[in-house]
Structures are given as structure tokens and as C-alpha cells.
Write a protein that binds this ligand. Structure first.
Ligand SMILES: [Fe+2]
Ligand SMILES: [Fe+2]
Length: 302
């Protein structure tokens, strides 16, 4: 199994990207549905000075991360990564084993204050459980970021995390730091310059290639064992331009639009379940081993 002890990119840890997303979509006030309103619409009644400029505030490392992501995520790159990883011949691991493997990811995050990867997965799942979500929903929370093991296969950070977006068509200006798309070679491919690009109106997201990252990977690893709703939650949980900004509707079909309700529901647990109270992995393990065995075989193809 390949391994690395380098962060492979400008971010101190993969969490630096998650934290930046959270700062852009602050948790809703009591009474408002969290994570369900586009950022601008939710703040439309605020005075202009109340708007924060997230691009200006972002740390240099976050900016550099997005510059690399937006420059190098081309359609050709995505298709190549799909050929490489969706054959799923890298490894065979059970879910808990994959969680422990992901936890070996060494980065510069502070072990005293930052959550480990396993702790983020358990906190997300526990928040779903506390809310009385169905068992498959809790399990989806547990596995949603396991695709980040791509980092351990040596993939750079910009090919593992980041807000995802379709390739093969025009980039939405609402993708954060969209100005960095100016250096993406796909900007010079004539077929990709319209809203629809190579796709047909309402063709459905299943026909659309998304920028490559941990979402698409875990979707393919887990999809045969979980309900369709869970598949959407896994595959599009970083597609913030669509599920929180309402972009790219013209590529969706009616079924996608219906299913995105689940992606938005899930987003609140991913973004807002972080707390300083650390989950006790060994104590929780028997409950989650049972839940894993209810849906997944002992080993999955990665
Ligand atoms: Fe994620
Ligand atoms: Fe997450």
C-alpha cells in the first residue's frame, strides 16, 4: 500500500479547506434551515459592509490551493483519474480499516486542537445519529470522507479536496476563486465555452464529469451497498456551487433536483458537526462495526 508523510500541497492539512468552506457558509441562525440557503440570498437584507470578502480574507495557503485546483482540473485530467481509480484495483479494505488507514495521513495540523480524520467521520455520524436519522444516513456520515485516502496514494491536495464543479462546459463565476480558471487550459477549448458545453440541457449529473476528488471516489467504492440518496450525498457533498449556490441547474434532470434535497440535508452535518468534544473511537467502534456489517461486505475494492 503506498504511503506518504508529506502534505502534497500548500494546505497545512486537508481540514484547512473544510474550514474555509465553513467560513463561507456560516451556520444559520436559530429558526433558519442550516446550510439550505445560498450564501448571498441568506444575507440579502444585510448592509453591504456586512458582507465579508472571503477571497480577501483567505489565507495564502488556501488561495494557492484553489489556484492549483482551478488550473489543473481539466476534463482530460478528470478522465485520466477516472480510468486510474475507478477500476478500483488499488487495495481491498473494510470500512473501519479504511478509517484507520486514512488516519495515518500526516499533516501539519495541531493534534491538540484539530480533529483527526477518524474523529471528523465519527462526529459527523454521531450528529446524524443524535438527530434520529436512518441507519444508512448515519453510515453515509461515517464514510463520506474516506475518499481522502487518495492523498495517501500520492495525489496532490488539489486533486483530493476542494469545491467540485463540472468540466467540459463553462465554469460558473460563482465557483469560489473563479478568476483562477483563467489559467485552466480548458478555457481555450471552444466546445467547453458555453453553459452546456459538451452536454445536453437537463441531461442529468450522472452524465456529467465533475472535477476529480474524494467525493467521486468514495461514491464508486460505496454505491452498490447504500440507497441512492446516500450515493448523491457522497458524490456531490463538495459540489457547493450547486447545492448551496444553486448553480448548474441546466445540467440537472428532475430526479437530480429532487435528490439534492439529501445533499443539502447532509451538508449541515459535514460542516457544522465539528466540536471540541472528541469522540471516543474505541468506545464507539462496536456500534459502528455493527452498522458497517449491516450494509457493507467485510472488504471493499478501493
Ligand atoms: Fe468531504
Ligand atoms: Fe467531511
Amino acid at each position: 500500500m503506498p504511503s506518504t508523510d508529506q502534505p502534497h500541497g500548500p494546505l497545512r492539512s486537508l481540514d484547512e479547506w473544510d474550514d474555509f468552506v465553513k467560513s463561507r457558509y456560516p451556520e444559520a441562525a436559530p429558526g433558519e434551515a442550516p446550510g439550505q440557503k445560498p450564501f448571498v440570498a441568506a444575507n440579502a437584507d444585510k448592509k453591504p459592509e456586512a458582507f465579508r470578502d472571503y477571497r480577501a480574507e483567505a489565507r495564502a495557503s488556501v488561495k494557492e490551493f484553489y489556484r492549483l485546483n482551478h488550473t489543473y482540473q481539466t476534463r482530460e485530467f478528470v478522465l485520466q483519474k477516472k480510468r486510474e481509480y475507478l477500476a478500483r484495483n488499488k487495495s481491498r479494505m473494510g470500512v473501519w480499516q479504511a478509517m484507520e488507514y486514512l488516519n495515518t495521513l500526516v499533516d501539519d495540523s495541531d493534534p491538540d486542537t484539530d480533529l483527526s480524520q477518524i474523529e471528523h467521520l465519527l462526529q459527523t455520524a454521531e450528529a446524524c445519529r443524535r438527530d434520529g436519522r436512518p441507519r444508512w444516513f448515519i453510515l453515509t456520515g461515517l464514510v463520506h470522507d474516506l475518499g481522502k485516502i487518495l492523498c495517501l496514494y500520492g495525489e496532490p491536495q488539489w486533486a483530493v479536496v476542494g469545491d467540485t464543479f463540472p468540466v467540459g462546459c463553462a465554469f460558473s463565476p460563482k465557483v469560489v476563486f473563479s478568476e483562477f480558471f483563467a489559467s485552466n487550459p480548458d478555457g481555450r477549448v471552444p466546445d467547453y465555452q458555453t453553459d452546456l458545453g459538451i452536454y445536453e440541457k437537463g441531461c442529468g449529473l450522472d452524465k456529467v464529469d465533475m472535477s476529480w476528488g474524494h467525493d467521486e471516489y468514495i461514491y464508486h467504492v460505496a454505491k452498490d451497498y447504500l440507497p441512492e440518496e446516500a450515493g448523491y450525498m457522497l458524490r456531490y457533498h463538495s459540489f457547493y456551487p450547486a447545492h448551496l449556490e444553486g448553480e448548474y441547474q441546466y445540467l440537472m434532470n428532475g430526479h437530480d433536483k429532487e435528490m439534492f434535497k439529501w445533499v443539502r440535508e447532509f451538508s449541515q452535518y459535514d460542516l457544522y458537526s465539528k466540536s471540541s468534544e472528541r469522540p471516543d473511537a474505541e468506545k464507539l467502534r462496536p456500534y459502528y462495526e455493527d452498522l458497517i456489517a449491516e450494509y457493507f461486505p467485510p472488504q471493499l475494492a478501493w
